[in-house]
Design a protein around this ligand. Structure first.
Ligand code: PMP
Length: 362
């Protein structure tokens, strides 16, 4: 059978070793004669899983002790509401940087709770899509917080700068498609959140990292399951958490540590993305229209010069074991999502296929 490499944007590829381990212990987990899915989230066995996962996640991102880690429901979109509901306090506005589809979606949700001040950061440099540098973001002076999305999964745009705003600016960020892919300085942020289904584990789990002084300000109407203080006081078990996703994410964290942690992943991610962008840039047959300074290392959209060939490209790539390369419906073309669990060999197989496809059809 052809080896399959899955380039899905999420839910996405998981490390093969992790899946094998989960398979081996599925029906009889830790000698209990049941699966981990079937035991109480309050059992000592599961609490151990939960605590280990949090510890490993904290180690991987070097999370300072004045930050809480919450294991939540509701995905990235849940946090589009969670952030304003928890952080607005008595303020009526927040700064929202718009550099792509997901940042704009966060604005739409925030409008239910405040009057967002939108900073349009989309620019064009030499005909390529780019983002205004952070130093040019015009923050308002009465905002409860600043929100941005460091990796736009659909647009293939990344903002890799480390925020260096005044200390009283509460920076919140949607790391759904880039968490754990590169080193970050958590202390620069008030809130970091990420849906698990791209770089962490299965769908259903959302990680929130929140600075502890920001707790206790939730709106009275904030649903308890989105209230950071309630979640924190209950060790993320105010209601039944997605236990299997939590367990599996814990296995991914252990796998990441074995690979050498986030610094090691960052190196491989750089190699993988350079390989793919290299093939795109060295050809007139493929095109990516994002400026180099803002190119995502996780989600790489590319177009064929002749879009008539899109269908054939997708059919042939699928047959070659290269799955889920169809671009998002709003941008068309192709997209390769190459999260941590995508091995270099997968990107090599994709680029070999692309070179061969161009030779045959270019
Ligand atoms: N933010 C980003 C950057 C995303 O890529 C996505 C999902 N593709 C979301 C938010 C929405 O996440 P969810 O489906 O978990 O609500």
């Amino acid at each position: 059978m052809t080896q399959v490499f899955n380039f899905s944007s999420g839910p996405a590829v998981l490390p093969a070793d992790v899946l094998k381990q989960a398979q081996q212990e599925l029906c009889d987990w830790q000698g209990l004669g049941t699966s981990v899915m079937e035991i109480s989230h309050r059992s000592k066995e599961f609490i151990h899983v939960a605590e280990e996962a949090e510890k490993d996640f904290r180690d991987l991102l070097n999370i300072p002790s004045n930050y809480k880690v919450l294991f939540c429901h509701g995905g990235g979109r849940g946090q589009f509401a969670g952030v304003p509901l928890n952080l607005l306090g008595d303020k009526t506005t927040a700064d929202y940087v718009d550099a792509g589809y997901w940042a704009a979606s966060a604005v739409k949700e925030a409008k239910k709770y405040c009057i967002p001040h939108v900073i349009d950061a989309k620019i064009t440099v030499d005909g390529l899509r780019a983002v205004k540098p952070m130093s040019e973001w015009q923050l308002s002076n009465n905002a409860a917080y600043l929100h941005y999305c460091p990796n736009e999964t659909i647009d293939g745009i990344a903002i890799d700068e480390t925020p260096a705003f005044a200390n009283d600016v509460v920076v919140t960020a949607d790391f759904s498609s880039t968490i754990l892919s590169r080193e970050i300085d958590v202390s620069r942020f008030g809130v970091i959140y990420a849906g698990a289904q791209k770089n962490i584990g299965p769908a259903g789990l959302t990680l929130v990292i929140v600075r502890e002084d920001l707790l206790g300000k939730a709106h009275v109407a904030c649903p308890s399951i989105l209230d950071y203080s309630v979640l924190n006081e209950n060790d993320s078990m105010f209601n039944t958490p997605p236990t299997f996703a939590w367990y599996l994410s814990g296995l991914v964290f252990k796998w990441l540590k074995k690979q050498g942690g986030v610094a090691a992943m960052e190196k491989v991610n750089q190699q993988k993305s350079e390989l793919l962008y290299g093939v795109i840039d060295h050809s007139d047959f493929y095109r990516n229209d994002v400026a180099k300074s803002n190119r995502s290392r996780m989600n790489i959209p590319f177009q064929l010069a002749d879009s008539e060939l899109d269908k054939l490209f997708l059919e042939e790539s699928f047959a070659a074991g290269l799955h889920a390369l169809k671009g998002h419906r709003v941008v068309g073309g192709m997209r390769a999502s190459i999260y941590n669990a995508m091995p270099l060999a997968g990107v090599q197989a994709l680029t070999d296929f692309m070179v061969d496809f161009e030779r045959r059809h270019g």
